[in-house]
Structure formats: C-alpha cells, structure tokens
Unconditional design. Structure first.
Length: 90
C-alpha cells in the first residue's frame, strides 16, 4: 500500500491524489471557502493533518494487520506493508 501526504506544489495547490488534497476536498464539502478567504492557510492545515496521520502509521506499521478470508471460512492474518511519502517532511 502506498500512501502519500502530498506537498504544496509551485502553483499553490496540493498534490493531486494525495491525502492532503482529499482532506482539503472533504473540508471544502463541509465548510466552503469564504468569498475573500485565502485558501493557503487551509491547505497548510490539510497538509499538516495528512503528514501527522501518515507519520503515525509509518511509526506503527507493524501494528496494522490485514485479514484475508479464503473459501471455507479460513482466515489469514498478516502485517500490512505500508510505503509512506511524507512529501519531504520527516
């Protein structure tokens, strides 16, 4: 599984398809930008949330378990492999 926090691109937007861009979209659905509101503060908040969340997963990757169910009711539980891109942040 590859997870990307994204980054602020040169044009001021968040990386397309990144966790921060999805957080920004979800936030905009709930709380639209005001008529004169600069979106940059909101984008930085979304990026910080994405980075913190993914860093938390990265630091605890061994605790994430995947259950795979097979025909006949058998289940296999194993650790997930998570590749995290924090967008240049560590």
């Amino acid at each position: 599984m590859n997870l990307s926090a994204g980054k602020l691109e040169n044009n001021g937007t968040l990386t397309s398809g990144s966790m921060s861009a999805e957080i920004e979209r979800a936030l905009s659905d709930l709380v639209p930008l005001g008529p004169n509101e600069d979106p940059m503060g909101r984008r930085k908040l979304c990026l910080a949330i994405a980075r913190g969340t993914l860093k938390h997963f990265k630091d605890r990757f061994g605790t994430v378990q995947v259950n795979v169910q097979f025909g006949g009711g058998a289940t296999l539980q194993m650790s997930a492999q998570i590749n995290v891109d924090l967008g240049g942040w560590s």
